[in-house]
Design a protein. Structure first.
Length: 578
C-alpha cells in the first residue's frame, strides 16, 4: 500500500483510491455520536441504535459494495437512501465524500467529510479522508491540520497509517525534514508497514543518506512484502554503497520473481525509470570518493504493452502504490501483482481477472475496453469461470456421506462393482496385446514426470540481506554472498532421457518461468528455467502450458517443432497440448 511522495501534486483523480482504505473502515464500526460539542459525552454501541439507524446501515452496506465495484452512481443512490432513513448518520456522509471524490466533485466531497466530522467528532477516518483530499489539492496546511486531528482522537486505531499519509503530504510540499520526522513516528508505531518503510527509504535515498536508506529497504526486501519497486530501490541503494554482490543478488530476485516488471526492464536497460520521471539523477548525489557500479546494458527492444503493463502504467502515472490499490480493490497484493505481470494462471479464473482489470480502469476514470481487448476471454490453466470464488469452508473431518452408500446396501454395491469390472476386462482384454505392442511415440507417457535433457545447476534460494547497522556505514559485502549451489542429485541424471520419449520438450534460450498442468489439474512443473536448460515431460493430456517469456523458449511436441509464439499477442505464451 505504497504512495510515491516525491512527485509533484497531480489532479484530483490521481488520489481517489488512496482514501478507500480509511474511508470504508468506518462503515464496519458504526460508532455514531450525538451532534454538538467537540467531545461527545459517550460512545454509542449497537444496543443504542434506533430502527432508522439499522435500516440506514443496511442501505449503506449496499452503497459500499457498489462503490468498491466502481458503480459510483448506483452507490450514490444507495447512500442517499441511507440518509433518507437516518439524516444524521455520519458514516453515510463519510462514504458520500468518497463517492463524490470518485466522481471528481471535490466541493461536495469536502462538504460530506465535514458533515461526518460534525456529527461524530471522533471519526478519525473522515478526518483522514479530508486531510488526504486537501493534500492532493495542494492545501498542505489544511491537510496537516486534518491529519493531526485524526491522530489526536483517543479511539482512532489507524494512527500509523495517518502519520504515513501526513509524511507523504509533507514530502510533496517540500518539507523533507518534517516528512522524515513524521514517517519515523509512523515507523515506530508500525515497523511492519511496508508503505512507511519504502517511503522513508526513498526519502533518505533521494537526500543521499544511503546508510539509513539501506537499513529500511533491506528490512523490507528481507520480508514477504517485497515487490518489484522495493527490490529496484534496494538495487539503487546497494549500487550507491558499491555493494556489487548485494546489487546482483537483488537483481536476481527481481528477475526471478518479477520477470515482466518494468523495474527489471529498467535494470536491464541501465536506466532509472523512477528517477528519470521525477527529475532526480544519480550522478548529482554520488557519495564522495565512490564510483557507482554501472547497471547492465540493454539487451532488447521494449516489448509491446500488454494488458498488465497498461494497468501498471495507469497506476504508476496516478502515483498509487500497488499495495494501496490492492487494498482499495479488496484483493491481495499478490493477485494485483499477478495481473500486472500478466500471470493470469495465478488468478482464480478469467472472469475474476477481467473483472479486476475493469474495476481498476473505472476507478481511475479510464475506459477498460483497450485493456480487456488484450486479455483472453478464456485461458488454459485457469479455474473454470463457473467455479465459485466463495467455496464453503469444510473441516477435514466434515466429509459428506457417500451418495451410493446411503442408497444401496454394501453387498449389493460389491456385486455391481464386480460385474462392471468383469465386463470391462472382457471388453479390453482382446486389445491389450495390440496396445502393448504399439510404438512408444504414439502412446505418450502419462506418469506426469519431468525429464531433463540438460541438467542445470540449481542454486538454493539466496540468503536474505543482513539488515544494515543503524546508523553506521555500509554493510560488508560478505553479508550477501550467496551459498554455493549443492551438487545435483544423482537420481536426476539417471532420469534424463532422449527428447523423443517425451510428449513435450522445452529448450530455454534465456531465463523464464514455466508452468505445466495435466488434465487433472496436477502441477507438473512450476519454476524458472535457466538459460541453456532443456527438459521434457509427459502427462495426461490435455497439458496446459504457460511460459513467462515466449521468446525465451523453443517448444517441441511429439518430436516436431511447435510455434507457440504466434498464439499470443503478449510476452506470455499460453496453450494446450491435446
Amino acid at each position: 500500500m505504497n504512495i510515491h511522495p516525491f512527485r509533484p501534486a497531480m489532479p484530483s483523480r490521481r488520489w481517489l483510491l488512496a482514501l478507500a482504505w480509511a474511508g470504508l473502515a468506518a462503515l464496519a464500526g458504526g460508532c455514531a455520536t450525538q451532534p454538538g460539542g467537540d467531545i461527545p459525552p459517550e460512545l454509542q454501541t449497537a444496543s443504542d441504535e434506533s430502527d432508522a439507524r439499522k435500516r440506514a446501515r443496511t442501505r449503506l452496506a449496499l452503497a459500499a459494495g457498489y462503490y468498491e465495484n466502481g458503480q459510483h452512481m448506483v452507490a450514490l443512490d444507495e447512500q442517499k437512501r441511507a440518509l433518507q432513513a437516518d439524516p444524521n448518520y455520519p458514516d453515510a456522509y463519510n462514504l458520500g465524500g468518497l463517492i463524490y471524490m470518485a466522481l471528481g466533485d471535490n466541493a461536495l466531497a469536502i462538504s460530506n467529510f465535514q458533515r461526518a466530522i460534525a456529527l461524530n467528532p471522533r471519526d478519525g477516518n473522515a478526518m483522514h479522508n479530508l486531510g488526504w483530499l486537501h493534500c492532493q489539492a495542494g492545501r498542505y496546511d489544511d491537510a496537516t491540520q486534518a491529519f493531526q486531528r485524526a491522530v489526536a482522537v483517543p479511539t482512532y486505531q489507524d494512527r500509523a497509517k495517518t502519520l504515513m499519509a501526513q509524511g507523504v503530504c509533507q514530502a510533496r510540499a517540500g518539507d523533507t525534514a518534517g516528512a522524515e520526522k513524521t514517517l519515523m513516528h509512523s515507523y515506530e508505531l508500525d515497523a511492519g508497514n511496508p508503505v512507511t518503510a519504502f517511503n522513508l527509504s526513498q526519502l533518505l535515498y533521494n537526500r543521499g543518506d544511503y546508510n539509513r536508506a539501506q537499513f529500511y529497504i533491506r528490512r523490507l526486501n528481507n520480508s514477504d512484502l517485497a515487490n518489484a519497486e522495493s527490490l529496484w530501490l534496494g538495487i539503487k541503494v546497494e549500487r550507491r554503497m558499491n555493494n556489487r554482490q548485494a546489487m546482483e543478488q537483488l537483481a536476481s530476485q527481481l528477475r526471478r520473481r518479477f520477470p515482466q516488471s518494468r523495474e527489471l526492464l529498467s535494470y536491464e536497460r541501465g536506466l532509472s525509470m523512477s528517477e528519470r520521471t521525477s527529475g532526480f539523477h544519480d550522478s548529482t548525489v554520488a557519495a564522495p570518493g565512490t564510483q557507482p557500479a554501472p547497471l547492465a546494458p540493454a539487451d532488447g527492444a521494449v516489448p509491446p504493452a500488454s494488458a498488465g503493463q497498461m494497468l501498471r502504467q495507469l497506476r504508476e502515472s496516478a502515483g498509487v502504490d500497488p499495495m494501496l490499490l490492492a487494498s482499495a480493490m479488496k484483493v491481495s497484493p499478490q493477485k494485483l501483482e499477478a495481473l500486472e505481470n500478466d500471470r493470469l494462471d495465478l488468478l482464480p479464473d478469467v472472469t475474476f481477472a477481467r473483472g479486476l482489470a475493469s474495476a481498476i480502469c473505472r476507478a481511475f476514470g479510464t475506459d477498460p475496453a483497450p485493456v480487456l481487448e488484450r486479455m483472453p476471454v478464456s485461458a488454459p490453466g485457469l479455474r473454470p469461470a463457473g467455479q465459485s470464488l466463495n467455496q464453503p469452508f469444510r473441516r477435514t473431518g466434515d466429509r459428506p456421506a457417500p451418495v451410493l452408500a446411503s442408497t444401496f446396501s454394501k453387498p449389493l454395491l460389491i456385486a455391481v462393482v464386480g460385474l462392471l469390472l468383469g465386463a470391462a476386462a472382457l471388453y479390453f482384454l482382446p486389445t491389450l496385446p495390440i496396445q502393448l505392442g504399439a510404438p512408444p511415440a504414439t502412446v505418450p507417457a502419462g506418469d506426469g514426470t519431468v525429464r531433463e535433457s540438460v541438467e542445470p545447476a540449481v542454486a538454493p534460494p539466496a540468503e536474505p540481506l543482513a539488515p544494515a547497522e543503524m546508523p553506521a556505514g555500509a554493510a560488508s559485502a560478505e553479508q550477501v554472498v550467496p551459498q554455493p549451489a549443492p551438487a545435483a542429485p544423482a537420481s536426476a541424471a539417471a532420469a534424463a532421457t532422449a527428447v523423443g520419449d517425451d510428449l513435450i520438450h522445452f529448450a530455454a534460450k534465456a531465463e523464464t518461468w514455466l508452468t505445466v498442468r495435466d488434465a487433472a489439474g496436477k502441477q507438473l512443473i512450476n519454476r524458472a528455467l535457466a538459460a541453456g536448460e532443456a527438459l521434457g515431460l509427459s502427462g495426461e493430456v490435455p497439458l496446459s502450458v504457460t511460459i513467462g517469456r515466449k521468446d525465451a523458449v523453443d517448444v517441441t511436441v511429439r518430436g516436431e517443432p511447435f510455434d507457440h509464439r504466434s498464439l499470443s499477442k503478449t510476452t506470455v505464451s499460453r496453450f494446450q497440448i491435446k
